[in-house]
Design a protein around this ligand. Structure first.
Ligand code: ZN
Length: 256
């Protein structure tokens, strides 16, 4: 079995006590690759120092949408991406979050302005984008399309069938999180997503199959079993397909 966790946050404090054990459990359950996506500059530095030459864990650098109003944080993040371009596999997670806007965070226009900067940067550097979209699936797709983004991972995507179709037509990848086992909305996304553009993610430490537990990459096994049944695939086949999709979008063909 070859599995890939296309998105999580292993540098977070939640893993400070037992990070190595979490990674060994992931490897034991068949995971051959993990992309961790720090969303604050200090976490990006931590992730790079932990995983710069790691065999299994790869780093992508992004910024929490709630920070898009802070020029300092935006500039620091861009600089970190530029300084570490050879050590990262993607730009993100970046995107739009209209729930944050509705709660006094950066407004929609400001969010779009910063999001566009990250999309252009990823294009310049020829890196894929890991995309966050909350209450803003359609606006995210529109901005990505206007900017001509081509390599895209829509992380924990909660869009409607039309949105999924829009993404699939552009060859963008849809990442199904482990809470698919308990979220009706995510289950619908999994149903509508062709396996040719599907990857699996844990989004650890959040979105666990059991909402009372800390999530970890090994739980991809749980969502794999669930999605295999949903799509009528044998788990080994779905594991290979989604793993190859992830390795392709992140250009991680080398080890294993
Ligand atoms: Zn995340």
């Amino acid at each position: 079995m070859r599995l890939f966790d296309a998105h999580c946050h292993l540098e977070e404090e939640a893993f400070d006590e037992d990070r190595e054990e979490v990674i060994s459990r992931a490897i034991k359950s068949g995971i051959i690759g993990i992309v961790t996506s720090p969303i604050y500059p200090e976490d990006a530095e931590k992730a790079l120092s932990l995983f710069r030459d790691h065999q299994v864990v790869k780093v992508s650098i992004g910024l929490d949408v709630a920070e898009y109003g802070e020029d300092d944080e935006v500039e620091k993040t861009i600089q970190l991406i530029l300084d570490n371009v050879d050590d990262i596999v993607a730009v993100g997670e970046v995107g739009l979050d209209y729930r944050v806007a509705s709660r006094g965070g950066p407004d929609k226009d400001r969010q779009k302005e910063v999001f566009r900067r990250f999309i252009r940067l990823a294009k310049e550097l020829d890196k894929p984008l890991v995309i966050h979209s909350l209450w803003a699936q359609r606006p995210v797709l529109r901005v990505l399309d206007e900017e001509g983004a081509s390599r895209v991972v829509l992380h924990a995507f909660g869009g409607k069938p039309d949105d999924i179709k829009f993404a699939v037509e552009r060859g963008w990848v849809i990442s199904i999180p482990t809470n698919v086992v308990r979220s009706e909305n995510i289950r619908r996304v999994a149903e509508c997503t062709p396996v040719e553009v599907m990857v699996l993610e844990s989004d650890s430490p959040v979105l666990a199959p059991n909402p009372r537990e800390r999530n970890e990459p090994a739980n991809i096994r749980v969502s794999l079993t669930y999605i295999s049944k949903l799509k009528g695939y044998c788990p080994e086949d779905l594991a290979s397909i989604t793993t190859d999709n992830a390795r392709k979008v992140y250009e991680l063909w080398d080890p294993v």
